[in-house]
Write a protein that binds this ligand. Structure first.
Ligand code: HXC
Length: 514
């Protein structure tokens, strides 16, 4: 009779080995780690507890009954990151190409269920050939069950995905339903239909990396939030990101001791924004001076760069920052910036992260491409996200806040708790030149020197409206502040809003313009 203890050890060794040394060596040659190596690196030392290690597939067709698939190609369990619990699953390409069959899917569903019930973040490391072809509809159904759980968990627990290999077809939709996607350059690709199918159907020639590589998904499609150069860097990013997030929607994000003084004034902010409203500057410099030193973590950098979003800390508390970027497209709002903004604000609102909005925008980007592309529908998401959000919302108008974009960028009317403005703020229905052209058209046409008259009328308009004081006198701005004081003022405001509670009408759910 076999010794049961030895038998357990034998089985565990087999499971530990996954696809075996040759396949692991191939994985290394491709610049990728195995699932176990990745989990080992990701989690705090010696905290991983594997569950479902002995699960086996039940496929019988196309020779699958002859195939041993340790852990059925996915390592699942729980562990700790920064001493806080997390649930994890890591697909292993060395076992049946990390393909997802019925039992592989069931293992992922199991950790999804546990993470949701426990109110703990879940991290998925994806490296898979997609639905296990031999298992047919059982594999497809496995995905459906995962998508459903992704949706149920949305807004309850943070869900983070790292794409560390192929992710093709419908398989991309589980990552897309999670909060954050991190991709690894050169070794990961996401697409619905691959290069061969595209070549056959549309005749286009495109490489897998160009079609769905990390940089494409970050910069062109906006699908990915962060990219890394290798597995280690991607997993470092997960650990870093988690430090900003609560375990679930009922908890506050982790607070750390602030090393940066809250009363730090920055007189150079007075010079940073050019008084000439047409001159650009880099809003990231302002964000960095406002946040605790070295805490600003930009999201989706490289996509819709006319808007900057990211998480930072103020006095050790996590904040979400949204800012127009005058350096790109003059800081106008367009379709992509609207999508980027709305999803981020909803993320912050879901996880109790106050939102600070820095405004300097001349309005919406004009053009047929924008109108035909549905800027009305996309822009509406911004209004929806801000009006819906119940976390503390503070707006600082730095310079231009014109028209619909003034309203959209978390104006008082949309529900900002506090609106501050720098003395350089200009709040108006439109820019002075445009306004003068319309309301003083007759004067301009009839003038001996129309250009000079236009300038004069624009100046008059600017003097009247292009300042913060009209809006402040009507109560739309609460404080006109010295730019140097922005950080201390925001810190005090946040402290005063810390226990803010706000409700919205009871309903099944809203109908956000998606
Ligand atoms: C079963 C698979 C598999 C799959 C890969 N393998 N994908 N087995 N089902 N989907 C196996 C291979 O047979 C091979 O086994 C091993 O994994 C490694 O694969 P290779 O092809 O040798 O690796 P590589 O050359 O690196 O190519 C990787 C790949 C390719 C580009 C991912 O394997 C591939 O194109 N796979 C199919 C992708 C696909 O079309 N999946 C279905 C997507 S649709 P051996 O034993 O030879 O080592 C989908 C629908 C989801 O997922 C729907 C949800 C609603």
């Amino acid at each position: 009779m076999t010794d049961p203890h030895q038998e357990l050890q034998r089985r565990l060794r087999e499971i530990e080995a996954m696809g075996g040394p040759q396949r692991i060596a191939r994985q290394h040659q491709m610049g990728k780690w195995s699932a176990r190596e990745r989990l080992h690196y990701l989690l705090d030392p010696d905290t991983f507890e594997e569950i479902g290690a002995h699960v086996e597939h039940r496929g019988t067709l196309f020779g699958l009954d002859q195939v041993k698939a340790p852990a059925d190609g996915v390592v699942t369990g729980f562990g700790r990151i920064h001493h806080r619990p997390v649930y994890v699953f890591a697909q292993d390409f060395t076992v049946l190409g990390g393909s997802l069959g019925e039992m592989h899917a069931a293992k992922i569903q199991k950790v999804q269920d546990l993470a949701l019930k426990s109110g703990v973040p879940i991290i998925g490391l994806n490296d898979s050939g997609g639905a296990r072809i031999q298992e047919g509809v059982d594999a497809l159904s496995g995905y459906g069950e995962i998508f459903k759980r992704n949706t149920w968990a949305s807004g309850v627990i943070p869900q983070i995905t790292v794409i560390m290999g192929p992710s093709a077809g419908g398989a991309v939709y589980s990552p897309a339903l999670t909060d954050v996607i991190i991709m690894v350059r050169k070794t990961s690709q996401m697409f619905i239909t691959g290069p061969q199918v595209i070549q056959t159907v549309t005749g286009e020639t495109v490489s897998a990396e160009e079609l769905g590589g990390a940089d494409t998904q970050l910069k062109r499609s906006g699908v990915a939030h962060f990219v890394a150069d290798n597995d280690a860097e991607a997993l470092d990013q997960v650990r870093h990101l988690l430090a900003y997030l609560p375990n679930n929607y009922r908890e506050e994000p982790p607070v750390i001791d602030a090393l940066d003084p809250l009363d730090r004034r920055e007189p150079r902010l007075r010079e940073l924004v050019p008084v000439d409203a047409n001159k650009p500057y880099d809003v990231k410099q302002i964000i960095h001076t406002i946040c605790d030193r070295d805490t600003f973590l930009e999201w989706q950098s490289g996509y819709a760069d006319n808007l900057v979003i990211g998480l930072g800390r103020l006095g050790g508390h996590v904040i979400g920052v949204v800012a127009n970027q005058p350096r790109v497209l003059a800081g106008t709002l367009d379709i992509n910036a609207s999508d980027k903004l709305a999803r981020f604000v909803r993320f912050c609102d879901a996880f109790n992260i106050p939102v600070i909005t820095l405004v300097d925008t001349p309005g919406y980007l004009p053009g047929t491409a924008q109108e035909f592309g549905g800027i009305i529908r996309h822009g509406a998401k911004v209004l929806y996200a801000y009006a819906e959000a119940t976390v503390p919302k503070i707006t600082v108008i730095l310079r231009k806040a014109y028209g619909g974009a003034y309203l959209a960028m978390c104006s008082r009317s949309l529900g900002a708790d506090l609106v501050m403005a720098w003395p350089t703020a200009e709040i108006a229905v439109m820019g002075p030149e445009g306004a003068a052209n319309i309301i003083f058209r007759k004067d301009i046409e009839e003038a001996d020197d129309p250009a000079q008259m236009r300038q004069q009328k624009a100046r008059e308009y600017r003097e009247q409206f292009a300042n913060p004081y009209v809006a402040a006198s009507h109560g739309y701005i609460d404080q006109v502040i010295d730019p140097a004081d922005t950080r201390p003022k925001l810190a005090r405001a946040l402290m005063a809003l810390y226990n803010k509670r706000d409700t919205r009408p009871d309903k099944r759910h809203g109908n956000m313009p998606v």
